[in-house]
Ligand binder design. Structure first.
Ligand code: ADP
Length: 176
């Protein structure tokens, strides 16, 4: 069982906008109107039609997710989720972050997604410690994959110094 889950989670380095998967996840903000970091990169790569569709969604609460088309991206879909801003870890940050992964995966499944790529949600501008975020990410992904078989592959796309090692370590610790 652990072996098959392990085969369905892959840690990769690089730019999420280049991933040839059915859906990529965007670490958005509650307005869904674009921003910096991975959000800015996704909007630039997808083109202006993405922002047009996002405008119609009317925002998204922290921990929840919304889906749009991918436009000029290789991915067919973009799943926009809003990570928590890190305060001190005592303001529900872990649960909200877990919700981002759970709700994004549920939306993906409802839309027939078989392959999906996540960035490290909340670990940039929102300041969530990456080791802790990576453990939550892998824990939620593992739980989902154990329950549902339709999603074949989940990529954890690591960007910047140390991210790859941190996510590989989290997979070793959580999945084995
Ligand atoms: P947040 O506001 O949720 O913290 P950020 O975009 O600031 O979102 O950062 C989230 C993570 O995404 C960070 O670890 C950052 O290094 C990473 N990141 C930034 N650009 C990209 C990209 N093009 N592809 C994948 N990950 C990226």
């Amino acid at each position: 069982m652990n072996q098959s889950i392990k085969n369905r989670i892959e840690v990769v380095g690089g730019d999420i906008t280049k991933q040839a998967v059915d859906a990529i996840v965007n670490a958005a903000n509650t307005t869904l109107l674009g921003g910096g970091g991975v959000d800015g990169a996704i909007h630039r790569a997808a083109g202006p039609e993405l922002l047009e569709e996002c405008r119609k969604l009317g925002g998204c609460p922290t921990g929840q997710a919304r889906i749009t088309k991918g436009y000029k991206l290789p991915a067919k879909w973009v799943i926009h989720t809003v990570g928590p801003v890190w305060r001190d870890g005592k303001h529900g940050e872990d649960d909200l972050l877990a919700g981002c992964y759970r709700n994004s995966l549920a939306l993906a499944e409802q839309n027939g997604v078989k392959t999906i790529a996540f960035p490290s949600i909340s670990t940039g501008a929102y300041g969530f410690p990456m080791e802790r975020a990576a453990k939550t990410a892998v824990t939620e992904i593992k739980k989902f994959l154990e329950r549902k078989s339709s999603i074949e592959k989940v990529l954890l796309v690591c960007f910047g110094n140390g991210a790859f090692e941190i996510h590989q370590q989290a997979v070793r610790e959580v999945v084995g």
